[in-house]
Design a protein around this ligand. Structure first.
Ligand SMILES: Cc1cc2nc3c(=O)[nH]c(=O)nc-3n(C[C@H](O)[C@H](O)[C@H](O)COP(=O)(O)O)c2cc1C
Length: 365
Protein backbone atom coordinates (compact mmCIF):
# COMPACT_ATOMS: atom_id res chain seq x y z
CA UNK A 1 0.00 0.00 0.00
CA UNK A 2 1.30 3.43 -0.90
CA UNK A 3 1.96 5.08 2.43
CA UNK A 4 3.43 8.30 1.08
CA UNK A 5 0.55 10.46 2.30
CA UNK A 6 1.50 9.70 5.91
CA UNK A 7 4.88 11.29 5.38
CA UNK A 8 3.83 14.39 3.49
CA UNK A 9 4.42 17.59 5.38
CA UNK A 10 1.36 19.53 6.45
CA UNK A 11 0.75 23.02 7.74
CA UNK A 12 -1.87 24.12 10.24
CA UNK A 13 -1.78 27.89 10.48
CA UNK A 14 1.96 28.62 10.70
CA UNK A 15 2.87 25.25 12.21
CA UNK A 16 4.54 23.11 9.58
CA UNK A 17 4.67 19.44 10.53
CA UNK A 18 7.11 17.14 8.73
CA UNK A 19 4.45 14.42 8.42
CA UNK A 20 0.78 13.84 9.08
CA UNK A 21 1.04 11.68 12.16
CA UNK A 22 0.80 13.02 15.69
CA UNK A 23 0.73 11.73 19.25
CA UNK A 24 -2.69 12.12 20.89
CA UNK A 25 -2.89 13.83 24.29
CA UNK A 26 -2.36 11.30 27.09
CA UNK A 27 -2.50 11.91 30.81
CA UNK A 28 0.58 10.45 32.45
CA UNK A 29 0.23 11.62 36.09
CA UNK A 30 4.00 11.90 36.26
CA UNK A 31 4.48 15.55 37.26
CA UNK A 32 5.42 16.62 40.79
CA UNK A 33 2.70 17.11 43.40
CA UNK A 34 2.92 20.83 42.64
CA UNK A 35 2.30 20.22 38.93
CA UNK A 36 5.84 20.78 37.67
CA UNK A 37 7.31 18.86 34.75
CA UNK A 38 9.76 16.08 35.68
CA UNK A 39 12.83 14.76 33.85
CA UNK A 40 10.90 11.60 33.03
CA UNK A 41 8.33 13.66 31.20
CA UNK A 42 10.99 15.50 29.21
CA UNK A 43 12.49 12.22 28.03
CA UNK A 44 9.09 10.67 27.40
CA UNK A 45 8.03 13.49 25.07
CA UNK A 46 11.46 13.65 23.45
CA UNK A 47 11.30 9.96 22.55
CA UNK A 48 8.17 10.45 20.39
CA UNK A 49 9.87 13.26 18.49
CA UNK A 50 12.96 11.14 18.10
CA UNK A 51 10.77 8.32 16.76
CA UNK A 52 9.61 10.66 13.99
CA UNK A 53 6.16 11.91 15.02
CA UNK A 54 5.57 15.27 13.33
CA UNK A 55 3.29 16.61 16.08
CA UNK A 56 2.99 15.87 19.76
CA UNK A 57 -0.01 17.03 21.76
CA UNK A 58 0.75 17.03 25.47
CA UNK A 59 -1.35 15.47 28.16
CA UNK A 60 -4.24 17.58 29.48
CA UNK A 61 -2.67 20.30 31.62
CA UNK A 62 -4.50 22.33 34.24
CA UNK A 63 -4.87 26.07 33.79
CA UNK A 64 -5.59 27.73 37.13
CA UNK A 65 -5.27 27.48 40.89
CA UNK A 66 -9.03 27.12 41.30
CA UNK A 67 -11.17 24.30 39.91
CA UNK A 68 -9.29 23.08 36.82
CA UNK A 69 -7.03 20.31 38.15
CA UNK A 70 -8.20 16.78 37.33
CA UNK A 71 -5.67 14.32 38.77
CA UNK A 72 -2.96 14.01 41.34
CA UNK A 73 0.46 14.45 39.69
CA UNK A 74 -1.12 16.23 36.73
CA UNK A 75 1.11 18.98 35.33
CA UNK A 76 -0.11 22.56 35.26
CA UNK A 77 0.53 25.76 33.34
CA UNK A 78 -1.28 27.94 35.83
CA UNK A 79 1.86 29.83 36.86
CA UNK A 80 4.91 31.20 35.07
CA UNK A 81 7.12 28.85 37.10
CA UNK A 82 5.26 25.80 35.77
CA UNK A 83 5.47 27.18 32.23
CA UNK A 84 9.25 27.62 32.52
CA UNK A 85 9.68 23.93 33.31
CA UNK A 86 7.60 23.01 30.25
CA UNK A 87 10.17 24.88 28.16
CA UNK A 88 12.49 21.90 28.68
CA UNK A 89 9.93 19.59 27.06
CA UNK A 90 9.41 22.03 24.20
CA UNK A 91 13.14 22.35 23.57
CA UNK A 92 13.62 18.57 23.70
CA UNK A 93 10.86 17.99 21.11
CA UNK A 94 12.09 20.81 18.86
CA UNK A 95 15.65 19.51 19.01
CA UNK A 96 14.38 16.26 17.44
CA UNK A 97 12.44 18.06 14.70
CA UNK A 98 8.94 17.70 16.17
CA UNK A 99 6.23 20.29 16.79
CA UNK A 100 4.36 20.43 20.05
CA UNK A 101 0.95 21.71 21.15
CA UNK A 102 -0.13 21.85 24.76
CA UNK A 103 -3.56 20.53 25.64
CA UNK A 104 -5.25 22.94 28.07
CA UNK A 105 -7.75 21.23 30.32
CA UNK A 106 -10.41 22.38 32.75
CA UNK A 107 -11.78 19.33 34.53
CA UNK A 108 -15.21 20.69 35.40
CA UNK A 109 -17.25 17.94 37.10
CA UNK A 110 -14.69 15.14 36.72
CA UNK A 111 -11.91 16.12 39.10
CA UNK A 112 -10.41 13.27 41.10
CA UNK A 113 -7.83 15.34 42.97
CA UNK A 114 -7.30 19.07 43.14
CA UNK A 115 -4.77 20.49 45.54
CA UNK A 116 -6.42 23.91 45.43
CA UNK A 117 -10.01 23.01 46.38
CA UNK A 118 -12.33 20.15 47.29
CA UNK A 119 -15.16 21.60 45.27
CA UNK A 120 -15.96 20.84 41.60
CA UNK A 121 -17.86 23.04 39.17
CA UNK A 122 -20.04 22.25 36.17
CA UNK A 123 -22.66 23.97 33.99
CA UNK A 124 -25.30 22.57 36.36
CA UNK A 125 -25.27 20.67 39.62
CA UNK A 126 -25.76 17.20 38.15
CA UNK A 127 -24.18 14.08 39.65
CA UNK A 128 -21.64 12.74 37.10
CA UNK A 129 -22.29 9.21 35.89
CA UNK A 130 -19.92 6.38 36.72
CA UNK A 131 -17.03 6.24 39.12
CA UNK A 132 -13.60 7.85 39.30
CA UNK A 133 -10.87 6.22 37.23
CA UNK A 134 -8.70 3.97 39.38
CA UNK A 135 -6.06 4.08 36.73
CA UNK A 136 -5.57 7.73 37.69
CA UNK A 137 -5.54 7.03 41.40
CA UNK A 138 -9.23 7.79 42.02
CA UNK A 139 -11.98 5.74 43.63
CA UNK A 140 -15.69 5.94 44.33
CA UNK A 141 -18.25 8.31 42.86
CA UNK A 142 -17.36 11.76 41.57
CA UNK A 143 -18.29 14.74 43.72
CA UNK A 144 -21.58 16.50 43.13
CA UNK A 145 -20.48 19.68 41.32
CA UNK A 146 -21.69 23.16 42.13
CA UNK A 147 -23.24 25.20 39.31
CA UNK A 148 -20.62 27.52 37.82
CA UNK A 149 -21.47 31.23 38.17
CA UNK A 150 -21.17 33.74 35.33
CA UNK A 151 -18.27 35.34 37.17
CA UNK A 152 -16.51 31.96 37.38
CA UNK A 153 -17.14 31.39 33.67
CA UNK A 154 -15.27 34.63 32.97
CA UNK A 155 -12.45 33.50 35.24
CA UNK A 156 -12.24 30.19 33.38
CA UNK A 157 -12.04 32.02 30.04
CA UNK A 158 -9.33 34.18 31.40
CA UNK A 159 -7.38 31.18 32.66
CA UNK A 160 -7.52 29.56 29.21
CA UNK A 161 -6.27 32.84 27.72
CA UNK A 162 -3.46 33.34 30.23
CA UNK A 163 -2.35 29.70 29.96
CA UNK A 164 -2.30 29.89 26.16
CA UNK A 165 -0.13 33.00 26.40
CA UNK A 166 2.19 31.25 28.85
CA UNK A 167 2.44 28.26 26.49
CA UNK A 168 3.33 30.59 23.63
CA UNK A 169 5.91 32.41 25.73
CA UNK A 170 7.88 29.21 26.39
CA UNK A 171 7.94 28.13 22.75
CA UNK A 172 4.98 25.79 22.24
CA UNK A 173 3.82 25.80 18.61
CA UNK A 174 0.18 25.89 19.64
CA UNK A 175 -2.45 24.88 22.15
CA UNK A 176 -5.39 22.53 22.05
CA UNK A 177 -8.48 23.41 24.08
CA UNK A 178 -9.85 20.26 25.69
CA UNK A 179 -13.47 20.33 24.59
CA UNK A 180 -13.94 16.54 24.79
CA UNK A 181 -14.57 13.56 27.07
CA UNK A 182 -16.92 15.03 29.70
CA UNK A 183 -14.65 17.70 31.17
CA UNK A 184 -15.88 21.28 31.69
CA UNK A 185 -16.29 22.41 28.08
CA UNK A 186 -17.84 19.12 27.00
CA UNK A 187 -20.15 19.26 30.03
CA UNK A 188 -21.59 22.46 28.52
CA UNK A 189 -22.14 20.66 25.21
CA UNK A 190 -23.73 17.56 26.74
CA UNK A 191 -27.49 17.77 27.12
CA UNK A 192 -27.94 16.02 30.45
CA UNK A 193 -25.05 17.74 32.27
CA UNK A 194 -26.16 21.19 31.08
CA UNK A 195 -29.53 22.13 32.48
CA UNK A 196 -28.98 25.87 32.41
CA UNK A 197 -31.79 28.22 31.54
CA UNK A 198 -29.54 31.09 30.43
CA UNK A 199 -28.05 31.56 26.94
CA UNK A 200 -25.47 28.81 27.66
CA UNK A 201 -28.10 26.07 28.09
CA UNK A 202 -31.00 24.54 26.15
CA UNK A 203 -30.64 24.29 22.37
CA UNK A 204 -27.35 23.07 20.86
CA UNK A 205 -26.48 26.55 19.65
CA UNK A 206 -26.54 27.72 23.28
CA UNK A 207 -24.66 24.70 24.64
CA UNK A 208 -21.75 25.28 22.27
CA UNK A 209 -21.59 29.02 23.04
CA UNK A 210 -19.06 28.81 25.88
CA UNK A 211 -16.70 26.67 23.76
CA UNK A 212 -16.95 29.11 20.86
CA UNK A 213 -16.33 32.14 23.07
CA UNK A 214 -13.24 30.55 24.58
CA UNK A 215 -11.89 29.57 21.16
CA UNK A 216 -12.51 33.12 19.89
CA UNK A 217 -10.96 34.89 22.83
CA UNK A 218 -7.92 32.62 23.05
CA UNK A 219 -7.32 32.93 19.29
CA UNK A 220 -7.42 36.71 19.56
CA UNK A 221 -5.16 36.84 22.62
CA UNK A 222 -2.21 34.94 21.13
CA UNK A 223 -0.09 35.98 18.17
CA UNK A 224 -1.43 35.09 14.73
CA UNK A 225 1.25 32.50 14.02
CA UNK A 226 0.51 30.57 17.24
CA UNK A 227 -1.87 27.70 16.48
CA UNK A 228 -5.15 27.18 18.36
CA UNK A 229 -7.45 24.19 18.07
CA UNK A 230 -10.07 22.27 20.01
CA UNK A 231 -10.66 18.60 20.75
CA UNK A 232 -14.22 17.35 20.42
CA UNK A 233 -15.81 13.97 21.17
CA UNK A 234 -19.16 12.43 21.82
CA UNK A 235 -17.82 9.79 24.19
CA UNK A 236 -16.90 10.75 27.74
CA UNK A 237 -14.52 9.12 30.19
CA UNK A 238 -17.46 8.38 32.47
CA UNK A 239 -20.06 7.73 29.73
CA UNK A 240 -18.44 5.97 26.79
CA UNK A 241 -21.57 5.45 24.73
CA UNK A 242 -22.88 9.04 24.83
CA UNK A 243 -24.09 10.33 21.44
CA UNK A 244 -25.41 13.71 20.36
CA UNK A 245 -29.19 13.31 20.19
CA UNK A 246 -29.59 15.75 17.30
CA UNK A 247 -27.16 13.67 15.20
CA UNK A 248 -26.05 15.42 11.99
CA UNK A 249 -28.04 18.56 12.86
CA UNK A 250 -26.07 18.82 16.11
CA UNK A 251 -22.82 18.18 14.25
CA UNK A 252 -23.73 20.94 11.82
CA UNK A 253 -24.49 23.44 14.59
CA UNK A 254 -21.40 22.55 16.65
CA UNK A 255 -18.79 22.30 13.90
CA UNK A 256 -20.09 25.32 11.96
CA UNK A 257 -19.89 27.47 15.08
CA UNK A 258 -16.43 26.18 16.01
CA UNK A 259 -15.29 26.64 12.41
CA UNK A 260 -16.11 30.32 12.57
CA UNK A 261 -14.48 30.93 15.93
CA UNK A 262 -11.08 31.96 14.59
CA UNK A 263 -9.27 28.81 15.71
CA UNK A 264 -7.18 26.82 13.26
CA UNK A 265 -8.12 23.16 13.61
CA UNK A 266 -10.49 20.65 15.19
CA UNK A 267 -9.33 17.35 16.66
CA UNK A 268 -12.07 14.72 16.59
CA UNK A 269 -11.82 11.65 18.77
CA UNK A 270 -14.10 8.64 18.43
CA UNK A 271 -13.68 5.02 19.50
CA UNK A 272 -13.01 4.06 15.87
CA UNK A 273 -12.54 7.22 13.86
CA UNK A 274 -13.86 5.82 10.57
CA UNK A 275 -17.17 4.43 11.91
CA UNK A 276 -20.57 6.07 11.36
CA UNK A 277 -21.01 8.77 13.97
CA UNK A 278 -24.49 7.92 15.12
CA UNK A 279 -24.82 4.15 14.70
CA UNK A 280 -27.72 4.39 12.35
CA UNK A 281 -28.05 3.97 8.63
CA UNK A 282 -26.19 7.18 8.02
CA UNK A 283 -22.60 6.25 7.07
CA UNK A 284 -20.90 9.56 7.84
CA UNK A 285 -18.18 9.55 10.47
CA UNK A 286 -17.85 12.38 12.98
CA UNK A 287 -14.51 13.19 11.35
CA UNK A 288 -16.19 13.72 7.97
CA UNK A 289 -18.94 15.84 9.54
CA UNK A 290 -16.31 17.97 11.30
CA UNK A 291 -14.59 18.58 7.97
CA UNK A 292 -17.82 19.26 6.11
CA UNK A 293 -19.21 21.80 8.54
CA UNK A 294 -16.11 23.45 10.01
CA UNK A 295 -14.04 23.59 6.81
CA UNK A 296 -10.96 23.59 9.06
CA UNK A 297 -7.98 21.23 9.11
CA UNK A 298 -9.07 18.10 11.00
CA UNK A 299 -7.02 15.80 13.19
CA UNK A 300 -8.63 12.36 13.47
CA UNK A 301 -8.11 10.03 16.42
CA UNK A 302 -9.39 6.58 17.37
CA UNK A 303 -7.62 3.29 16.63
CA UNK A 304 -5.74 4.58 13.63
CA UNK A 305 -2.47 2.83 14.48
CA UNK A 306 -3.04 0.39 11.65
CA UNK A 307 -1.30 2.29 8.82
CA UNK A 308 -3.96 1.20 6.32
CA UNK A 309 -6.68 2.83 8.40
CA UNK A 310 -4.63 5.99 8.78
CA UNK A 311 -3.90 6.18 5.06
CA UNK A 312 -7.55 5.57 4.22
CA UNK A 313 -8.85 8.40 6.38
CA UNK A 314 -6.22 10.82 5.04
CA UNK A 315 -6.90 9.78 1.45
CA UNK A 316 -10.64 10.33 1.95
CA UNK A 317 -9.91 14.00 2.55
CA UNK A 318 -11.96 13.95 5.78
CA UNK A 319 -8.87 14.23 7.95
CA UNK A 320 -5.61 16.09 7.38
CA UNK A 321 -3.65 14.53 10.21
CA UNK A 322 -4.06 11.44 12.36
CA UNK A 323 -3.22 11.28 16.06
CA UNK A 324 -2.29 7.99 17.72
CA UNK A 325 -2.84 7.27 21.39
CA UNK A 326 -2.22 3.67 22.38
CA UNK A 327 -0.44 2.96 19.08
CA UNK A 328 2.10 5.66 19.92
CA UNK A 329 2.57 4.26 23.43
CA UNK A 330 3.25 0.83 21.97
CA UNK A 331 5.69 2.21 19.39
CA UNK A 332 7.31 5.54 20.16
CA UNK A 333 9.06 5.00 16.81
CA UNK A 334 5.87 4.14 14.88
CA UNK A 335 6.85 6.51 12.07
CA UNK A 336 10.26 4.97 11.53
CA UNK A 337 8.85 1.46 11.70
CA UNK A 338 6.16 2.19 9.12
CA UNK A 339 8.67 3.96 6.89
CA UNK A 340 10.98 0.95 7.05
CA UNK A 341 8.14 -1.56 6.79
CA UNK A 342 9.02 -3.10 10.14
CA UNK A 343 6.38 -4.93 12.22
CA UNK A 344 4.55 -2.85 14.81
CA UNK A 345 4.43 -3.85 18.47
CA UNK A 346 1.28 -5.25 19.96
CA UNK A 347 -0.25 -2.85 22.48
CA UNK A 348 0.14 -4.35 25.94
CA UNK A 349 -2.10 -2.54 28.39
CA UNK A 350 -0.41 -3.89 31.51
CA UNK A 351 3.11 -2.88 30.69
CA UNK A 352 2.48 0.08 28.44
CA UNK A 353 -0.59 1.81 29.76
CA UNK A 354 0.43 2.23 33.35
CA UNK A 355 1.54 5.85 33.38
CA UNK A 356 4.46 5.56 35.74
CA UNK A 357 5.74 2.30 34.29
CA UNK A 358 5.47 3.64 30.80
CA UNK A 359 7.36 6.77 31.60
CA UNK A 360 10.08 4.81 33.39
CA UNK A 361 10.78 2.91 30.19
CA UNK A 362 11.85 6.10 28.54
CA UNK A 363 14.02 7.42 31.31
CA UNK A 364 17.43 8.41 30.06
CA UNK A 365 20.16 7.88 32.61
C1 LIG B 1 -3.25 6.67 29.03
C2 LIG B 1 -4.20 7.56 28.32
C3 LIG B 1 -4.35 8.88 28.74
C4 LIG B 1 -5.21 9.77 28.07
N1 LIG B 1 -5.29 11.10 28.44
C5 LIG B 1 -5.95 11.99 27.65
C6 LIG B 1 -5.83 13.39 27.86
O1 LIG B 1 -5.11 13.88 28.75
N2 LIG B 1 -6.53 14.21 27.05
C7 LIG B 1 -7.33 13.74 26.03
O2 LIG B 1 -7.95 14.53 25.32
N3 LIG B 1 -7.42 12.41 25.80
C8 LIG B 1 -6.73 11.53 26.55
N4 LIG B 1 -6.75 10.19 26.25
C9 LIG B 1 -7.47 9.72 25.06
C10 LIG B 1 -6.50 9.60 23.88
O3 LIG B 1 -6.01 10.85 23.47
C11 LIG B 1 -7.18 8.92 22.69
O4 LIG B 1 -8.29 9.68 22.33
C12 LIG B 1 -7.61 7.49 22.97
O5 LIG B 1 -6.53 6.73 23.50
C13 LIG B 1 -8.11 6.81 21.70
O6 LIG B 1 -7.12 6.84 20.71
P1 LIG B 1 -6.26 5.51 20.34
O7 LIG B 1 -7.28 4.51 19.84
O8 LIG B 1 -5.30 5.96 19.29
O9 LIG B 1 -5.60 5.05 21.60
C14 LIG B 1 -5.95 9.30 26.96
C15 LIG B 1 -5.80 7.95 26.56
C16 LIG B 1 -4.93 7.10 27.21
C17 LIG B 1 -4.77 5.69 26.71
Amino acid sequence: MDNKILFDSFRINHTKMKNRVGVAPMTRISATTEGFVTDKMINYYRSFAKGGFGLIITEGTYIDDKHSQTYQFQPGIAFDGQAQEWKKVVDAVHSEGGKIFMQLQHTGPLSQENRFTNETIAPSSVQPKGEQLQFYLGEGPFKLPKEITREEMNEVKNSFIESAKRAESVGFDGIELHGANGYLLDAFLTEYTNQRSDEYGGITENRVRFLVEIAEEVSQAVSPNFTVGMRISQSQVNDYMYKWSGKEEDAKTIFSALGESGQHYIHVTEFEAWQPAFNDNEPKSLVSLAKKYSQLPIIANGQLENPERAIEILNSGDADLVALGKGALADHDWIKKVQNDEPLSKFDADSVLHPVANIKDFEIE
